[in-house]
Design a protein around this ligand. Structure first.
Ligand code: NDP
Ligand code: DGY
Length: 329
């Protein structure tokens, strides 16, 4: 028998999704799905309106889900599913207080993000964007002994801040380049670090000894602006800094200072604050800073699987079943 409209569960999806996700939601007979059918984020006022009465919310990392949104949704809200592994955009305390379940997308994007991190590291250390620019602008006059020289991984020490799923996947990929020592910092030693001969060291040791510092931790109150003046001052002048976690882990003014003063050699960032970074931001004027537009997980197949997983998390949450990937609150 067909369900009457009042029995349908209301779902708000804050963006046009890859079809792998959309298909699943369309098929779900128990849902009345409202989609913000655009490639651009839903404006805040629209989010607050559209979420009203929703049982389920499927959101992206560009939506800040705080007490105001939860209040606007009201007491129906049972499940929030984010199409991301990071959940710093969700007010977890408020969500927990209201007994709402949360789904997210760990693991499925680990390989794509680790691969992009390696690409960014190599592009930054070997100065690919500068080289490409010189070819196009006529700056390439001849082969020259010291022109566009950078730093290589062979024989180097790499320091990974946050050896989680993605951090470990980065370490696995970097090791075959001839990395001599793999250091990592974090709250406690990780048994899985043995696979990459990872040495658990205090942050200061990691910063002093690493030729490449790679940030792959989650953004928490503890890691917010972890990479500040004092952090950069401990790094080698020849070291390369890479961040693919969240922009707010870095104090960007301090990074700018470290790059312009020669305190560190170069930086590669896939994440910034804010996002997008204004086109007149001083970091974008530096030849030793490579900035990407948060594309860590951006492969067609990964984004498809992320959409599928976030739809399945949402649907399982609505029916009160076990979610494929539920965040333990
Ligand atoms: P994990 O939770 O597996 O890894 C996060 C790691 O950070 C954990 O190992 C955690 O350690 C560690 N950590 C927490 N606090 C600190 C600290 N103070 N110092 C050092 N390490 C710390 O998550 P993932 O690896 O799956 O993802 C990590 C992050 O990457 C996401 O939260 C997201 O922000 C970002 N990301 C970015 C993408 C991009 O497009 N650029 C794509 C995907 C993710 P512990 O186990 O001790 O808590
Ligand atoms: C995430 O999932 O947290 C990334 O930043 C985007 O894939």
């Amino acid at each position: 028998a067909a369900m009457s409209a009042r029995q349908l569960m209301k779902v708000f999806v804050t963006r046009r999704l890859p079809q792998e996700g959309t298909k699943l939601l369309q098929k779900a007979a128990m849902c009345d799905v409202l989609v913000w059918d655009s490639d651009e984020p839903v404006p805040r006022e629209e989010l607050l309106k559209k979420v009203e009465g929703a049982h389920g919310l499927l959101c992206l990392l560009s939506d800040r889900i705080d007490a105001e949104v939860l209040d606007a949704a009201g007491p129906n809200l049972k499940v929030i599913s984010t199409m991301s592994v990071g959940f710093d955009h969700l007010a977890i305390d408020e969500i927990k207080k209201r007994g709402i379940r949360v789904g997210y997308t760990p693991d499925v994007l680990t390989d794509a993000t680790a691969e992009l991190t390696v690409a960014l590291l190599l592009a930054t250390a070997r100065r690919l964007p500068e080289g490409i620019q010189e070819v196009k602008s006529g700056g390439w006059s001849s082969w020259k002994p010291l022109w566009l020289c950078g730093y290589g991984l062979s024989g180097s020490t790499v320091g990974v801040i946050g050896l989680g799923r993605i951090g470990l996947a980065i370490a696995r990929r970097l090791k075959p380049f001839g990395v001599k020592r793999l250091l990592y910092s974090g709250r406690q030693p990780k048994p899985q670090a043995r696979e990459v001969d990872g040495e658990h060291v205090p942050l200061d040791t990691l910063l002093c000894e690493s030729d490449f510092v790679v940030v792959s931790c989650s953004l928490t109150p503890e890691t917010q602006e972890l990479c500040n003046k004092s952090f950069f001052s401990k790094m080698k002048n020849t070291a390369v800094f890479i961040n693919t976690s969240r922009g707010a882990v870095v104090n960007q003014d301090d990074l700018l200072q470290a790059l312009t003063s020669g305190q560190i050699a170069a930086a590669g960032l896939d994440v910034t604050s804010p996002e997008p970074l204004p086109t007149d931001h001083p970091l974008l004027c530096l030849s030793n800073c490579v900035v990407l537009p948060h594309i860590g997980s951006a492969t067609f197949s990964t984004r498809g699987v992320m959409a599928q997983l976030s739809a399945n998390n949402l649907l399982s949450g609505l029916t009160g079943d076990a979610m494929p990937s539920e965040l333990k609150l």
